[in-house]
Each structure stands twice: as structure tokens, then as C-alpha cells.
Design a protein around this ligand. Structure first.
Ligand code: HEM
Length: 154
């Protein structure tokens, strides 16, 4: 596996792991196993942070990959990608809010936010995997240019 596909594979795996942990954590909350709920949700947040660190370092050091499939499918890919990026950004804001509400013991609000956060996070993971499959599995990825190169004109 090349460096161009290694990092996206690892980071996408962390989104999936995080979403699975959120599903487990939600189930624990419903069953009132709240100590375990807390631990599992913190683990889900750590997995999400690891995803973001890998994704951000790769974007800066290795670059983003252009669409490598047929031209007529590119608009669908871009639509999916933008939808995924918006979902991921909203999920991050909602996730931080849910965590803060949990730690401040504002549990009525936490419960409401937590449900929305979890659902948004599931869709983020599903669309993230779809973007990965479109970009690296179904079609060979296009040209990759590091942000650092773009900034410094290398
Ligand atoms: C981003 C991380 C988290 C998410 C997505 C999340 C999600 C949820 C969800 C969906 C529920 C409601 C379950 C239901 O009834 O359907 C819930 C309940 C709860 N969560 Fe979290 N949670 C997170 C982190 C935490 C943390 C860090 C704590 C503790 C500090 C915590 C403590 C609780 C408690 C005590 C409840 C029960 C609230 C009640 O029923 O009044 N959660 N959480």
C-alpha cells in the first residue's frame, strides 16, 4: 500500500471505530450503565481526535487526492465529499457540546444533544467510508499535492 492510500485507510478506520464506540455507548446509556457509557464515549471522542490528527497531518504533509474516476461521476463525488465535510464539522461542534454538557452534569440537555450528535456521527462515518471507497477502492486516486508544496510553491 502506498503512502497515498495508507493514511486515508488508517484515518477512515478510526472514523468507523469511533462510530461503533458511539453505538455501544448509546446502548449503555439506554441501559443506565452510565459509568461504562462515559468511558466508551470518551474512547469514541479519542478515536475521533486520532482520525482528525492523521487527516490533518496527511493533508499538510502528503496532500489531498483528486478525483480519479470518470468525469461524469465527479459531480456526485464532490457532492458527497462536501456533504461529508459539512457533517463532520457539525459532528465535531455537537460532539464537544455533548461532552461539555456531560462533564458539567447537565444531563437533560446532554441527553438531547447526545442523541443528535450520535446520529450525525453515524452519517459522518457512513459518508466518510463512501468517500474512501469512491476515491481509493472503486477508482484509482488522482494526483496528490501536499498543502506545504502548494503554499511554498515547491
Ligand atoms: C461525545 C460523547 C457522548 C455522547 C455522544 C453521549 C450520548 C448520550 C446519549 C445519546 C444519551 C441518551 C441515551 C438515551 O436515553 O437515548 C446519553 C445519556 C447520558 N450520558 Fe452521555 N454521551 C457522551 C458522553 C458522556 C460523558 C463524558 C458523560 C459523563 C461525564 C455522559 C453521561 C451521561 C449520562 C449521566 C446520561 C443519562 C442522562 C439522563 O438520562 O438523564 N455522557 N449520552
Amino acid at each position: 500500500m502506498s503512502i497515498y492510500t495508507l493514511f486515508p485507510t488508517i484515518s477512515t478506520s478510526f472514523i468507523v471505530i469511533s462510530a461503533i464506540l458511539v453505538a455501544i455507548g448509546w446502548r449503555l446509556a439506554i441501559r443506565r450503565r452510565l459509568d461504562e457509557h462515559k468511558k466508551v464515549m470518551i474512547a469514541a471522542a479519542v478515536a475521533a481526535i486520532i482520525f482528525f490528527i492523521i487527516y490533518a497531518s496527511r493533508t499538510i504533509l502528503v496532500g489531498n487526492t483528486e478525483w480519479g474516476g470518470p468525469d461524469n461521476l465527479e459531480k456526485y463525488y464532490v457532492f458527497f465529499l462536501v456533504f461529508h465535510i459539512i457533517l463532520a464539522t457539525v459532528a465535531a461542534v455537537f460532539g464537544i457540546t455533548t461532552l461539555v454538557l456531560g462533564f458539567r452534569e447537565k444531563f437533560a440537555k446532554h441527553r438531547k444533544w447526545g442523541r443528535t450528535t450520535s446520529v450525525i456521527w453515524f452519517f459522518t462515518a457512513i459518508t466518510g467510508v463512501a468517500v474512501y471507497v469512491l476515491l481509493y477502492v472503486m477508482y484509482p486516486g488522482g494526483h496528490t499535492k501536499p498543502m506545504i508544496d502548494a503554499i511554498f510553491g515547491l
